[in-house]
Design a binder for this molecule. Structure first.
Ligand code: ZN
Ligand code: ZN
Length: 268
């Protein structure tokens, strides 16, 4: 009997097509092969941040960027026949660019988009530049505003995957202490239910394991919410910004998920 190869997927990582990342698709594929990954979703930022804080969308430039990735993926498919590739795009809650974002997505036509919240009240809280802002805020306001934005992204319906649904804790943990999901139970339940209704898959983003909160985005607490909502699969993403980090933490989290009765989503 032929041995079934276990799925080890990473649907969220950035190549040099993103302003804050390094490495080509080929370099990622080489590292992925070494790490035993089987399914790769190259998901670059749709937007481009010249100053690392404020991102812009310039359709001609951004369509060309993502078209380059599509060509790199085609070449990698020929060179790495054992790996399965897809092209994703990470879209952020940049409301002022909604029309331009749609224009880029229509032109590039990626296999999937990841809907991600990086801004709370107009402030980018995904990087350490957000700490000064967080210090001027109340904990509940930060998380509730973040979840408001997540709901808005789900309403927009832009992504097949919901990225890092509690990313606010990345730096908020340092300001307010550990994230207490119980305080936001009704918010998280509502997000999970909406995601299910809209066929949006929730991502387990493992980058948080290697950052300040030392917990995935969202943490393993989410598995109980998913089970209560009748959801049985999640998407795994390392959010790697360099090839050496591809798949980091995914194998471990897949085991944790499996023990909780949740499996890896099969996107392709
Ligand atoms: Zn993100
Ligand atoms: Zn990302």
């Amino acid at each position: 009997m032929k041995h079934m190869r276990q799925i080890l997927s990473d649907f969220h990582f950035h190549t040099q097509c993103s302003d804050d990342a390094q490495g080509s698709v080929r370099e990622y594929a080489l590292c992925a092969q070494q790490a035993g990954l089987t399914h790769l979703g190259v998901a670059n930022h749709l937007e481009w941040a010249d100053d690392r804080v404020t991102a812009t969308v310039v359709p001609a430039r951004d369509i060309a960027r993502h078209a380059t990735v599509a060509r790199e993926i085609q070449q990698a498919r020929a060179e790495f026949p054992d790996l399965v590739f897809a092209q994703g795009i990470e879209v952020e809650n940049a409301w002022e660019s909604k029309t331009l974002i749609t224009e880029v997505l229509d032109a590039v036509s990626p296999d999937y988009a990841i809907a991600s919240v990086h801004y709370v009240n107009g402030q980018n809280i995904s990087g350490d530049w957000g700490i000064a802002f967080l210090k001027t805020q109340k904990e509940e306001v930060v998380y509730n505003s973040y979840f408001d934005e997540v709901e808005k992204m789900l309403d927009w319906g832009v992504g097949a995957i919901l990225g890092h649904l509690d990313l606010a804790k990345r730096y908020a943990t340092g300001v307010f202490g550990p994230f207490k999901h119980e305080h936001y139970r009704s918010r998280i339940e509502s997000i999970v239910k909406t995601a299910k209704r809209k066929n949006v898959v929730i991502e387990i983003n493992t980058s948080g394991l290697f950052q300040y909160p030392q917990e995935t985005y969202p943490g393993p607490y989410i598995f109980d919410y998913l089970k209560d909502a009748g959801i049985s699969a999640v998407s795994f993403g390392s959010d790697a910004h360099c090839p050496e980090h591809v798949g980091r933490g995914v194998s471990l989290l897949m085991q944790v998920a499996e023990q909780a009765g949740i499996s890896a989503f099969r996107l392709f």
